[in-house]
Design a protein around this ligand. Structure first.
Ligand code: RP5
Length: 167
């Protein structure tokens, strides 16, 4: 159960606690839209058995979309996708050594047959992964569709209300 008392529909998963600084932006946009979600650290390399268990159990627990962030040799999104047919959106976390190019290529270059929807490196990717997860759920949820439309309208209005970048 989530803090709202509803079963989570989105699993926000990351390879390390150190990814939270990035992945909190996926969680916060889901919270803003009222999407029940859970947040878990599941490492492809340090906790491989937990990864398998998470992917296998997620559909039965009501999870409909997985947002997975990882950095460096970022195998988490791809391995989750290999173990579940739920849609997986991958967020490349910006790594120190290679600025996230390693994460991006690790997540994007999946072999044909096991897709991962890959977002941008870092905060923008995490935010957009949350928005994409919400958009998938909104296909069958009119209230959420309205919340997404309102989010976009607010975003548009904010830009229109501040046309001068010096102010
Ligand atoms: C990856 O290794 C994680 O996703 C993280 O981005 C990176 C570094 O992890 P820590 O060493 O900070 O735990 O598995």
């Amino acid at each position: 159960m989530t803090s709202t008392g509803r079963a989570p529909l989105v699993g926000v998963v990351m390879g390390s606690r150190s990814d939270w600084e990035t992945m909190e932006h996926a969680a916060s946009v889901l919270a803003e839209l009222g999407v029940p979600h859970e947040v878990r650290v599941v490492s492809a390399h340090r906790t491989p058995d937990l990864l398998f268990q998470y992917a296998e159990q997620a559909p039965g627990r009501g999870i409909q979309v997985i947002v997975a962030g990882a950095g460096g040799a970022a195998h988490l999104p791809g391995m989750l996708a290999a173990k579940t047919r739920l849609p997986v959106f991958g967020v490349p976390v910006q790594s120190k050594a290679l600025n996230g190019m390693d994460s991006l290529l690790s997540i994007a270059q999946m072999p044909a047959g096991i897709p991962v929807g890959t977002l941008a490196i870092g905060r923008a990717g995490a935010t957009n992964a949350g928005l994409l997860a919400a958009a998938v759920l909104a296909l069958h949820d009119a209230e959420l569709a309205a919340a997404l439309d309102a989010f976009r309208a607010r975003q548009t209005q904010t830009v229109l209300d501040h046309p001068d970048p010096r102010q």
